[in-house]
Design a protein around this ligand. Sequence first.
Ligand code: GZL
Ligand code: ZN
Length: 334
Amino acid sequence: MKKRFLTSMALTGAAAFALTACSSDGGDAGSSGDASGDGGSSGDTIVVGFAQTGSESGWRSANTESMKTAFSEENGFELIFNAADNDTAAQIEAVRGFISQGVDAIVIAPIVEDGWDDVLQEAADADIPVILEDRTVSASDDLYAAWIGLDFEQEGVKAGEWAAEMYGGEETKMVVLEGTTGSAPANDRATGFDAAIEGTMIEKIDSQTGDFTRDGGKSVMEGFIQNYGVDNIDLVYAHNDDMALGAIEAIKAAGAVPGEDIKIISIDAVHDGMQALVDGEINYIVECNPLLGDLVAAAVSAVVNGEEVEAVQYVEDLAFDQAAAEAALPDRKY
Ligand code: GZL
Ligand code: ZN
């Protein structure tokens, strides 16, 4: 499948030119990101079932807001929203519910990669197109019309390359706060980071999931400090800002200075993470842009209107050190 890199700028503009939706007559009109949403061929409202992971992080809140804004009534949609509270069985049941309701299209941000084959086949059998946003699945890509999200492995590579450059030349003991077990971002951010630090003096002494939540990051970091001693940990790689923010609390409670005694690298670049970066408590953040709503809505419109859709759409991510965060923070949209 072709990969398309769309700059993150394209996502912030309300009129992001989202897709080269190839109309059946071969036209190459790029539809505007704010999904004209003229509904199905009959022009009526498009009913969309959206199965969101839950509300585990600041990133997720921004993503949900972006989706609800794009799938508005004035844009021609009726959105049926379900947040699965990070429970995969519940999320799959929500999708089954959308199928039995006979919605026009289903959007899923799949909590984990595996276990989707059956319900995606059921949607296909019911002739309901599925679009994946954010995370992806291990099931065959014949079972969904498009995936719109982020290159998690590249995010891990960017984080790892910075770690290698800054700390790879001296003995560095690192602990990792992993995202939700089995999720594409947790899998791919680990793969990318590990590849980037290959051959450096950064040693991963432990790695455990904090489930992308602040509480999870805090309690896992407390465990690491308990096991290894605060003086024997040099670096934390957190798969998202919320877990990094939890780790900061644990590091402070142990009497150490986050960002100095223990360096922290994180991913997302949500507001609170960027603020911690400006405050010197986090040392580097790779962005993961949650503002996918316009792209997803345009893809749903195109599919429901029988147009082709670019099957894989990556949104490009930026990366920030402290100076870049100071410059960017005032204009950040999330
Ligand atoms: C990444 C997204 C991850 C974020 C976390 O696109 O799936 O889930 O990095 C969020 O903050 O919980
Ligand atoms: Zn095309």
